[in-house]
Design a protein around this ligand. Structure first.
Ligand SMILES: [Zn+2]
Length: 244
């Protein structure tokens, strides 16, 4: 292999370092976002519970009002009962009174149940608030740590980038363009080392996709400095140290 391919091999090594550092930076930023999302979803759950409590209270207030009206009705019916002139009238008012009383006790039970729901929901709210406070505190710490880590990774990336730029100086435009394009496709892995297949004479395969590579390609790489790409995966083929 000639100088261009050798330079590409060196560039690949720096490319790997650059990608690794960028991945670390992205991971540390993503971690903060994940924690932020967790806080947000707890806050949403808290708001939803609060709203539920509000709705239950409205419902309970409505029943209380209904109960009050009915209590007034009961008082009226009692007075009516005492003033009944005939047995028939008395019996009719008594039935109405009993029905209203039964309805009221139903309302009372419903109100009690609603109040129990409110209590349970309020306990849940307090629990969520506790979780939110805890998470927020943890998030503050995580944010601080992430900022420190991020600036470290950014400095690291800047340094590697300088090295990367240096490594590209001796590479002509076209091979560099191909390198960058393939690197984009394979998460930085632009080169593939040709591997000799075990037990076979003159049988080679691409180290990236493991498809067969012709002896002719290998011979070209041995004698020339051309960019030869794997026909299957399009990675730039290079020879391993032992082959070249
Ligand atoms: Zn391949």
């Amino acid at each position: 292999m000639g100088p261009v391919l050798s330079a590409l091999i060196k560039l690949q090594s720096v490319e790997n370092q650059l990608r690794a550092a960028k991945a670390k930076l992205a991971r540390c930023r993503r971690n903060v976002i994940i924690q932020e999302n967790q806080v947000r979803s707890l806050q949403n759950a808290y708001e939803a519970k609060k709203e539920e409590i509000q709705l239950t209270r409205v419902q309970s207030d409505r029943l209380e009002l209904e109960l009050k009206t009915r209590d007034e009705e009961i008082a009226k019916l009692r007075a009516h009962l005492n003033a009944a002139k005939t047995n028939k009238e008395y019996a009719a008012v008594l039935t109405q009174l009993n029905t209203t009383k039964a309805d009221n006790s139903k309302y009372e039970t419903q109100i009690l149940d609603l109040m129990k729901d409110v209590e349970a929901d309020e306990a849940e709210c307090a629990n969520l608030q506790g979780q939110i406070d805890e998470k927020k505190q943890a998030l503050e710490q995580i944010r601080k740590e992430a900022e420190v880590a991020a600036s470290k990774y950014e400095a690291e990336i800047a340094e590697i980038q300088i090295e990367w730029d240096k490594k590209t100086q001796d590479i002509p435009a076209e091979p560099l363009r191909v390198f960058n394009r393939v690197a984009e496709t394979y998460d930085g892995e632009a080169l593939a080392v040709i591997e000799k297949q075990d037990g076979k004479v003159e049988a080679y395969s691409c180290g990236g996709c493991f498809m067969g590579i012709t002896t002719e390609s290998v011979n070209l790489l041995l004698t020339k400095d051309d960019i030869i790409r794997c026909p299957s995966c399009t990675r730039i083929l290079v020879l391993s140290e032992s082959n070249s």
